[in-house]
Design a protein around this ligand. Structure first.
Ligand SMILES: Nc1ncnc2c1ncn2[C@@H]1O[C@H](COP(=O)(O)OP(=O)(O)OP(=O)(O)O)[C@@H](O)[C@H]1O
Length: 682
């Protein structure tokens, strides 16, 4: 209560900045002293020039943040501007973030009781926020802060939301910012908006992050993370190393990581999950993970040095800028700014509807959590075995291990994905041909999947089989599952096999060597032909630009048009008779979307050209060369008016002349009539 009464000064001179204790995308966090109160605080200094939002928006959000009143939500004391920065004064959380603690002491993640306690406190924060109509939008270990006594607070509410997420930002600015690894599929897709269920997804990802020391897919570049999140089965605690975790933990994570937000529990319901019965007191956290830690500033400094070394090492090893970015990404500093229009369009086509796939074939597409859907949570029993789709192959745990796998996933895009991503990855037409994509999909294109052991056993673990394919399933009965349709990966003749028992995400072609990656391809990931391992290409896609850390803006280039060529416009003509209307519909929607995009781009271009011409003409005119100005919206209108006026003046002058002549003739006639001599013209 006393804190509420306190009015923190809103002038930089009343604070003394000490050492740096944290760093975000657009902010640096310092330990500081509030001089009048002689109180240690944390000050987040946001570089407003690196933020895209207006100051008022940020202020409003910080104000909202200061109104938040819950013991598990970090609230701001106050905020003010200082030069080009915004200072947000907050309580100092001396334990630092869970991410920092893991990095410095628990690189493999925490033990389950610690995770349960951390998550339980975080969930209380979400409960409060959701109940008050707020979506946090950036739940991750880096935003779960601890005080020295073990108090847990969810940070970055409001500021991050407003920094990157004011109002209708996506629609108004057509850009998108978030942290892809933690981002819910519906947030990526941006088709029907998203709600507080997005936080539940991020919460599930955070649970994995706390369990493993890093978030799933964290080693991959953003586009891949997006594709994997959209295409793959949700990540889970399914691997060999996860055997140490209880069934209730696995269930809880699986409950959060259901792609369909409607099927995810609310925070309220999640809170009732048996897993949280394992939560302990904050003193437990202080004892187990905070005790003996060096001061936060010191830890942060050491981490920075380590990371800098790592970056230098990597640089020396491969001189790969992308790799450096990856390192930064792995550090957990992650925010992305990219135009999602293209991905959105693709995502729109993904039939990630569990029900659709199950309707087509009950064996397929059943998500583990569909079973749990809207049911009460299972009883809390320790588990020695993994979940249904337990994966014994650690090598695939975080996604794809090689390009084949990635393409296996891409192949399930209803459009030819490499064409669609051409702009992102700089893939030439030839490259696409060389790897087996053709402009138009073939009616007889079929991808055959071998029956897995699971299927034969009649198990309904969809993740193990075709969860990686989000396409509508055209399944024929018999030994083989057949996906067919005009929009599939064209390399129809190559049969596909499933690798590993639990390799649920990776459908690999049997003859990877059939594909040719040579040539001018500039794909950001390429296959090392010698050892078949994936190496990062040092080239950076021209479209994907880095601005600050991992900000990929594509607004400047009409990227939306990059996939236009790949729009299977000819699909209709090629549609085989067995293709259902529901399969064509997404394509048509896609074409429609692309047309809209194209129209926007063209309008933009026309405006640019007009403006350029206008400037040129204005220059020319100022140089004394009179030219007809081209029409440019307002200027054009004015010009037209001037020209019309000039024309009118001209015709008035003509009219005057005519009247004068007429007058003279009349005068002549009159004079002749009265017999007066004609007036001589002077
Ligand atoms: N009140 C605080 N007390 C102590 N450390 C803090 C505090 N607030 C933030 N930090 C540290 O600073 C780091 C960066 O802060 P923050 O996440 O708010 O910045 P950001 O720019 O929003 O970053 P991002 O967008 O990556 O989340 C945190 O991960 C945490 O380690």
């Amino acid at each position: 209560m006393e804190v509420l009464e306190k009015k923190y000064p809103v002038d930089a001179k009343d604070y003394k900045l000490y050492e740096e204790v944290g760093e975000g995308v657009s902010a640096t966090v310092y330990r500081a002293l509030c001089i009048p109160f002689n109180e240690v605080v944390a000050i987040k200094v946001l570089d407003l020039e690196r933020c895209n939002n207006d100051l008022d928006g940020i202020r409003r959000e910080v104000h909202t943040m200061s109104l938040i009143d819950h013991s598990n939500v970090l609230r701001a004391h106050c905020s003010f501007t200082a030069g080009h920065s915004l200072w947000v004064v907050m309580p100092y959380m001396a334990g630092g973030s869970c991410l920092h603690i893991m990095k410095s002491t628990y690189p493999e993640g925490f033990e389950e009781p610690v995770i349960a306690t951390l998550l339980c406190e975080t969930l209380k924060a979400l409960l409060y926020l959701h109940a008050h109509g707020h979506i946090h939008r950036d739940v991750k270990a880096g935003n779960i802060l601890l005080d020295t006594n073990g108090t847990v607070k969810l940070a970055d509410f409001g500021v991050s939301a407003c920094m990157f997420d004011t109002g209708d930002r996506q629609r108004s600015r057509n850009t998108f910012v978030g942290t892809p690894c933690w981002m819910a599929p519906e947030v990526m897709q941006q088709l029907h908006g998203y709600d507080f269920k997005a936080d539940i997804w991020s919460f599930g990802i955070t649970a994995l992050e706390l369990a493993h020391g890093h978030a799933p897919f964290s080693k991959y570049p953003p586009m891949k993370v997006l594709l994997m999140t959209l295409q793959n089965a949700p990540p889970g605690l399914d691997y060999e190393r996860d055997k140490r975790f209880s069934k209730s933990f696995k269930d809880m994570v699986a409950a959060c990581l259901v792609k369909d937000p409607k099927k995810r529990p609310t925070s309220e319901k999640l809170f009732k999950h048996p897993f949280f019965k394992h939560a302990k007191s904050y003193e437990f956290l202080a004892r187990t993970i905070l005790d003996g830690l060096p001061p936060l500033g010191e830890r942060f400094r050491v981490l920075k040095v380590k990371e800098a070394d790592l970056l230098v090492q990597n640089n020396a090893l491969n001189g790969d800028k992308e790799q450096l970015s990856q390192q930064e990404y792995i550090r957990g500093i992650s925010a992305w700014n990219f135009n999602l229009e293209d991905l959105k369009s693709q995502a729109a086509l993904i039939q990630d509807d569990d029900s659709s796939s199950t309707a087509e074939n009950p064996d397929l597409g059943l998500n583990r959590m569909d079973i749990l859907d809207d049911q009460s949570f299972p009883t809390d029993k320790p588990s020695s075995e993994g979940t249904n789709h337990s994966n014994t192959s650690n090598s695939h745990e975080d996604g794809f291990d090689d390009l084949d796998s990635l393409e296996g996933s891409l192949a399930s895009f209803p459009i030819q994905p490499l064409q669609a991503l051409k702009g992102y990855f700089d893939i030439g037409e030839d490259d696409m041909k060389s790897i087996g994509y053709k402009n138009a999909s073939l009616p007889d294109a079929k991808v055959h999947f071998q029956k897995t052991e699971n299927e034969q056993l009649g198990r309904t673990d969809g993740d193990n089989l075709v969860r990686s394919s989000s396409l509508p399933q055209f399944v024929s009965t018999g030994q083989k599952k057949v996906l067919s349709g005009p929009l599939l990966y064209e390399n129809a003749s190559s049969s596909w096999k499933q690798i590993g028992d639990g390799d649920r995400d990776n459908m690999q072609p049997r003859h990877p060597s059939d594909r040719n990656y040579s040539g001018p391809i500039s794909y950001r990931q390429r296959r090392d032909t010698n050892n078949n391992t994936l190496v990062e290409d040092s080239s950076e896609g021209s479209v994907v630009q880095r601005k600050g850390r991992f900000q990929v803006m594509s607004d400047a280039t009409p990227k939306g048009s990059t996939c236009l060529s790949s729009v299977p416009g000819s699909t209709a003509g090629l549609t085989p008779p067995y293709l259902s209307a529901s399969a064509i519909l997404p394509t048509l929607q896609y074409i429609l979307q692309q047309n809209n995009l194209q129209r926007d781009e063209i309008t933009k271009l026309i405006k640019h050209v007009e403006l350029d011409n206008l400037c040129e003409s204005a220059d020319a005119m100022s140089n004394g060369i009179s030219q007809t100005l081209p029409i440019s919206v307002k200027e054009g209108e004015l010009l037209t008016q001037v020209m019309q006026l000039q024309q009118r003046i001209g015709s008035l002058v003509d009219e005057l002349q005519r009247q004068k002549l007429k007058n003279a003739q009349l005068e002549k006639q009159l004079n002749a009539f009265v017999g007066r001599p004609e007036k001589t013209k002077d």
